[in-house]
Design a protein around this ligand. Structure first.
Ligand SMILES: Cc1cc2nc3c(=O)[nH]c(=O)nc-3n(C[C@H](O)[C@H](O)[C@H](O)COP(=O)(O)O)c2cc1C
Length: 306
């Protein structure tokens, strides 16, 4: 099995570039790995199984032995392609599989059989306990201020509580946008920073240019956290909702738990653009290589300052 120590040795910074729906594709994964970070993408971004096979072939050829990750939504009601995606794990063997929503049991068995690692997203202590029981190798603590489906717990308490029940690999997600944040995650007890929003505003991300520009010009006061777009609490740019013809202050109520009632033609993530509070630290749209160099300098500076 790939060991966490091997993975850490290969990186230039303890950073996983988080998987993001409609944002992370092969270019972002490859550029991240080439910059010495762990690149990742949601399997769902490759719309068909042949596309997914082509993406994984391309990534493997480009990054060689560098660690990369594929993200699977393990709740079948949200991901009808799950059985086929699981079959592909055996063939393409991503060194790390990131599971979100649902129970990771079945994925853990497949991934461990070929020697890979499974990291699972959690927002509560109860979910963390269940994931540990399912045999995962790493916990991703998704905290308040994160982009995507955010958590509600503050990282100071969540990471420390997780450390009282889990001495394995721990990743911290939520509003980490610079090198000081990466150092702070480690000081708290995390092994890796798990960074999403900052990497939307890079040359290699698949995000719409207008979306990237909003990340440069706006800040956390321009966000809304609501369950009315995707059915679960998630953080969105208010301007993207207005652009899609919605009033951010009067979003349609859920039809039933987890069931949004959006007007025809409006799709979460495609039309409602997500960002976390790390937006306030984004001022440009660099290449991943340039961003990684800057993060390294900031990280070293923070370590020296401490
Ligand atoms: C636009 C966007 C799309 C996301 N899509 C996914 C996804 O498909 N799967 C997933 O596990 N997490 C997803 N996330 C969450 C990220 O993987 C990560 O947890 C989060 O971005 C970290 O917080 P930060 O954005 O504040 O850095 C998404 C986040 C954003 C901003």
């Amino acid at each position: 099995m790939a060991s966490i120590e091997d993975i850490k040795q290969r990186l230039t910074l303890p950073v996983v570039v988080a998987p993001m729906l409609l944002v992370s594709g092969p270019e972002l994964v490859i550029a991240s790995c080439q910059a010495g970070l762990v690149g990742s993408f949601p399997a769902f971004n490759a719309r068909t199984i042949p596309d997914l096979m082509a993406w994984m072939t391309r990534i493997r050829e480009a990054v060689g032995d560098a660690p990369w990750a594929m993200n699977l939504v393990v709740l079948e009601e949200h991901n009808p392609l799950l059985p086929q995606q699981i079959e592909l794990l055996d063939e393409f063997r991503p060194p790390i599989v990131i599971t979100s929503l649902g129970q990771p049991h079945a994925v853990v068995q497949h991934v461990h059989a070929y020697g890979g690692l499974v990291f699972h997203d959690v927002t509560t202590m109860r979910h963390a306990q269940k994931a540990i029981e399912a045999g995962i190798d790493g916990l991703i603590a998704v905290t308040a201020g994160a982009g995507g489906h955010c958590g509600s717990l503050h990282p100071f308490t969540f990471v420390r509580q997780l450390r009282s029940i889990w001495d394995g690999t721990l990743l911290l997600a939520g509003a980490i946008s610079d090198g000081a944040g990466i150092a702070a995650a480690q000081t708290l007890g995390a092994d890796f920073a798990y960074m999403g929003t900052r990497f939307i505003a890079t040359q290699e991300s698949m995000a719409d240019p207008e979306y990237k520009q909003l990340l440069v010009t706006q800040d956390a006061s321009d966000l809304i956290v609501t369950d009315r777009i995707s059915g679960l609490q998630a953080s969105f740019l208010r301007a993207s909702l207005t652009r899609a013809g919605l009033d951010p202050d009067q979003l349609p109520a859920l039809r039933a738990p987890r069931q949004p009632d959006l007007p025809a033609g409006v799709r979460p993530w495609r039309d409602a653009w997500s960002a976390g509070q790390g937006i306030g630290l984004i001022h440009d749209i660099p290449t991943v290589a340039d961003l990684a160099s800057r993060l390294r300098a900031q990280y070293q500076g923070a370590l020296v300052a401490n």
